[in-house]
Ligand binder design. Structure first.
Ligand code: ATP
Ligand code: MG
Ligand code: MG
Length: 406
């Protein structure tokens, strides 16, 4: 089973079987959504074989991967069987069966990043506990398991109070805000009660949300992408501006917090660090994703090495690429479902038609089989000679949409 060999760094390959092209190692990806698709697109360019595990027939990555195994990445037996086909196993989503990854790793399967990292990150409360041990600045947080304990947290942290699910959160699903004590019972109920685990966070009075993508190689060296600003609408990432318009001092601080956070985790790959910038110039960590991230989509068009190529380079033991921007400015706009079914497809298509007429705009359509409200269906990246020019190009794209450039 040659495919069970750990990914050999390029130099080591010299003594082994001849390498055809970039790498002989088959990459297995748990998850085949848009992030998996864009990983496969980068892999195709370099002739790297990708196999995908995703339960959805026709998932976005299925159109570009070498092979799509239809099955659940939350099921131990399925993940174990899938791992047999792969030289290295990675993820495009953190909500996978981490316990199985831990066991597979002990049997010599190469998981990048490491199972320990997925275990820590997939539970947002354990993630916070982990980072606080490493002295990473965070909003205050507290585990809650009864209405009484949430009320106590409210007294301690004040209102608004952010209540979060520990697990299976994405796009703000799993977060709920209580404006006052009286709202706590309904907020807790809206998250399904205490059964699946909740914790609370002190409200972070941020002036901007920033993100830094950090890539780490198998030998633990790191490179960081330029700091970007993420603009959310209803808790969902909507627009990303690169580079962020903040002082050099803030850029340095954000980058150093991000790098320190990632150095506390194990394994190779790219990691996204979501940050809050407060009025008094503090940087607080919101959360980390152990994989390529929405805030790094722009890197495909705007950086020398995209986050997707970088992830492959990192997990395969290849030299890391240059993360710096080759365009002066970029804006990424998420195409979110505005309506169900055909009506939604029609609206998205109108937006795409406008984008196709805008200089420097690239359209990405994920090919999700179903359109739903607020679902990430695709994105548009606009690159250009300055922040002002990409903003005005985006304005043309928006017309009646809600994005208001500053
Ligand atoms: P993602 O899709 O990024 O995984 P998620 O569902 O894990 O999102 P969070 O990142 O926890 O959710 O929160 C979503 C958004 O809610 C944040 O980007 C931020 O705008 C807001 N938010 C989260 N935590 C706080 C906080 N403590 N104070 C104020 N706003 C917050
Ligand atoms: Mg999250
Ligand atoms: Mg988030």
């Amino acid at each position: 089973r040659a495919s069970m060999q750990p990914a050999a760094p390029m130099s080591e390959g010299k003594g082994g079987p001849p390498v055809h092209g970039v790498s002989n190692t088959v990459v297995g990806v748990l998850g085949g959504g848009q992030l998996g698709k864009m990983l496969c697109q980068a892999a195709t360019q370099m002739g790297i074989k990708m196999v995908i595990l995703d339960p959805l027939e026709g998932c976005p990555a299925s159109s570009v991967c070498h092979e799509h195994v239809v099955g659940s990445f939350s099921d131990g037996d399925t993940v174990r069987e899938f791992a047999k086909r792969c030289g290295v196993l990675t993820v495009e989503i953190e909500h996978v069966d981490a316990a199985t990854l831990e066991k597979l790793e002990k049997q010599g399967v190469d998981c990048e990043p490491k199972a320990s990292t997925i275990t820590i990150i997939q539970d947002k409360y354990s993630q916070k506990t982990h980072f606080s041990k490493f002295g990473i600045p965070l909003p205050d947080f507290m585990e809650v398991d009864t209405l009484h304990s949430v009320q106590e947290a409210g007294e301690k942290f004040g209102y608004p109070l952010m209540v979060k699910s520990k697990r299976l959160a994405y796009d703000g699903r799993g977060n709920a805000v209580a404006q006052k004590k009286e709202e706590l019972p309904s907020v807790v109920a809206s998250l399904g009660g205490f059964e699946h685990g909740l914790y609370v966070e002190r409200w972070a009075p941020f002036v901007k949300e920033l993100s830094v993508i950090v890539a780490r190689s198998r030998d633990s060296s790191t490179v960081c992408y330029p700091v970007v600003e993420t603009i959310h609408k209803d808790n969902i990432c909507h627009v990303v501006e690169a580079p962020a318009e903040v002082s050099d001092k803030i850029k340095k601080l954000a980058t150093s917090v991000a790098e320190k956070a990632i150095k506390s985790l194990e394994g190779a790959g790219v990691f996204a660090v979501e940050l809050f910038l407060t009025e008094d110039d503090q940087i607080l960590l919101n959360e980390v994703a152990p994989r390529p991230h929405n805030s790094g989509h722009h890197t495909i068009e705007s950086c020398y090495t995209s986050q997707y190529e970088q992830h492959l380079r990192a997990i395969l033991g290849l030299p890391l690429g240059d993360p710096s921007m080759k365009a002066p400015a970029a804006i990424m706009y998420n195409i979110l479902g505005e309506d169900e079914g055909e009506a939604g497809f029609f609206l998205a298509h109108q937006l795409i038609e406008r984008a196709l007429n805008i200089p420097g705009a690239s359209v990405h359509w994920y090919g999700k089989p179903e359109m739903r409200k607020q679902r990430k269906m695709g994105h548009i990246t606009v690159v250009g000679p300055s922040k002002t020019s990409v903003r005005s190009r985006l304005e043309k794209l928006m017309q009646s949409d809600t994005y208001v450039p500053k």
